[in-house]
Design a protein around this ligand. Structure first.
Ligand SMILES: C[S@@+](CC[C@H](N)C(=O)[O-])C[C@H]1O[C@@H](n2cnc3c(N)ncnc32)[C@H](O)[C@@H]1O
Ligand code: SF4
Ligand code: SF4
Length: 313
């Protein structure tokens, strides 16, 4: 089941010090690449009016590369806002990661050949630095270069017993490295096998995007729901993303599929979410990813939307 409470993602910069070929931000050309401190304050005031102090993620691009990242953290601290930080682990100053405004960190774990051995070592330095100081996890975006033993090694070394896994989904313009619709079910099955393998070595992995339920048999689905938090409907709409120019989209990937709206166009979050959900709800339940979805009980019962919604645009 998706999270029922709203979740907010703030893209503080679209610049990045890596260029992961699967990244959905790849070649993305926003009007404004970096948020200004005054725009960031506007978000904080809008949140404050509605008593929002949790359920906020900071991402991008690479958020730690924002030239005023320290000031952004300070302003969140002042407003007693607690956030989850998404980072590639290649930060200039790991001390920033200890800010009280960050209560959880999700490190995008890349390994060669997608990054150099030297960069992999730097990510490991960040993991080592954070160990025992901050709650964090690793996220692995499974792609055609994935070697599951790489993440197993690092988990064993640093005693990490729970990670996140995702298949790579398409960017809005299909200009990234992603799994095509035709292999989505077989790749989902591969993901299931990785989850079993990881669990056998004591590492619990949760899936971070909706997967097609029919990629699994009944027993596998039951296992994945229990052990890996398998879900079939995403939160987009209730989950929304705020860009550096304060435009708002339902989920970071839909940058151009909707007429542009801004955070400050809305009196409150309820109005905003209602507006965004009109778009996501029809994509979820009235547009079919596979022919068989039309007559599928999981679709009719609104349990499985097919997969990530970008496959449907
Ligand atoms: C765009 S990144 C921005 C934050 C930071 N640079 C990082 O890599 O974590 C946000 C999250 O999206 C994930 N991500 C990027 N491209 C993806 C894709 N095509 N499919 C699934 N997840 C993706 C990353 O692993 C990361 O967890
Ligand atoms: S996934 Fe993160 S680290 Fe990789 S290119 Fe995208 S924004 Fe940068
Ligand atoms: S809704 Fe579509 S993708 Fe989901 S289980 Fe049914 S047929 Fe498969």
């Amino acid at each position: 089941m998706p999270e029922l409470r709203p979740r907010r993602q703030i893209n503080i910069t679209f610049k990045c010090n890596l260029s992961c070929p699967y990244c959905y931000v790849k070649n993305f050309k926003p009007e404004k690449k970096e948020i200004s401190l005054s725009s960031f304050s506007k978000i904080l005031s809008w949140f404050k009016k509605q008593n929002i102090q949790n359920g906020v993620s900071i991402l991008g691009g690479e958020p730690t590369q924002h030239p005023k990242f320290d000031k952004i953290l300070e302003s969140m601290e002042k407003n007693e806002l607690k956030s989850t930080l998404y980072t590639n682990g290649l930060t200039k100053n790991p001390l920033y990661l200890l800010s009280d405004s960050i209560n959880y960190i999700i490190i995008n774990y890349n390994h060669p050949p997608l990054i150099s051995k030297e960069k992999q070592r730097k990510i490991e330095d960040t993991i080592s630095f954070l160990t025992g100081k901050k709650n964090f996890t690793l996220r692995l975006n499974v792609n055609k270069y994935t070697d599951i033993s790489e993440i197993m090694k690092i988990c064993k070394k640093y005693n990490i017993n729970s990670i996140q896994l995702s298949l790579v989904f398409p960017s809005e313009k299909r200009d990234n490295l992603f799994f095509k619709r035709g292999v989505l079910k077989s790749e989902s099955q591969k993901l299931y096998e990785y989850i079993r393998e990881l669990l056998d070595t004591g590492i619990k992995a949760s899936v971070e995007e909706p997967l097609p339920f029919c990629a699994f048999d009944k027993k596998e689905r039951k296992f994945l729901k229990k052990e890996a938090n398998l879900f079939g409907e995403c939160g987009s709409g209730r989950l929304y993303a705020i860009n550096p120019d304060l435009s708002v989209v339902p989920c970071v990937i839909f940058q151009e599929s909707l007429p542009k709206v801004f955070l400050t166009d809305f009196e409150n979050e309820k109005e905003l979410v209602e507006h965004l959900e009109k778009f996501t709800s029809s994509l979820k339940w009235e547009k079919y990813l596979f022919e068989e979805c039309k007559t599928c009980v999981f679709n009719h019962r609104k349990l499985c939307q097919g997969s990530c919604l970008t496959y449907k645009i």
